[in-house]
Design a protein around this ligand. Sequence first.
Ligand SMILES: [Zn+2]
Ligand SMILES: [Zn+2]
Ligand SMILES: [Zn+2]
Length: 142
Amino acid sequence: MCHQCNYEEMLLSSDLEVTENRLHVLEVIGNNSFPLSAGDVFQTLKRNSSINKVTVYRILELLVDHNLVVCLNSFGKSAYYGMAPNDNHLPHPHFFCKKCGRIDCLNPNSLNVDSSSLWKTFPGQIDGIEIRVDGICKDCIK
Ligand SMILES: [Zn+2]
Ligand SMILES: [Zn+2]
Ligand SMILES: [Zn+2]
């Protein structure tokens, strides 16, 4: 859970107009403790608003373009969305359960990957690093 991010300020500092829908999408992603698919974001938002799915997709794309949200592509069919690293959200690995498909955000300190030398020495352009830890979650192991 995160109550530290000021979503309005995040939009403004990315030169984005603050709209109710954009704020809601950021809020849902920022307050969640695991990454969400576009469908998940939509299901959560439609309980309290009349937002449609196309709008959700469009806003997610915009937020990814402006580096407020990251799109995680390594979890099968759907893309999943999480907060882009910022002062309140440090880069972290994700755990993927091979049985139920659940994805969890792991503690940023749980796996120490020092990528700074890679960023400095890689001859091309790096846009992001996704670290996926595979296994079976505690519920599936029971
Ligand atoms: Zn936050
Ligand atoms: Zn599982
Ligand atoms: Zn995460």
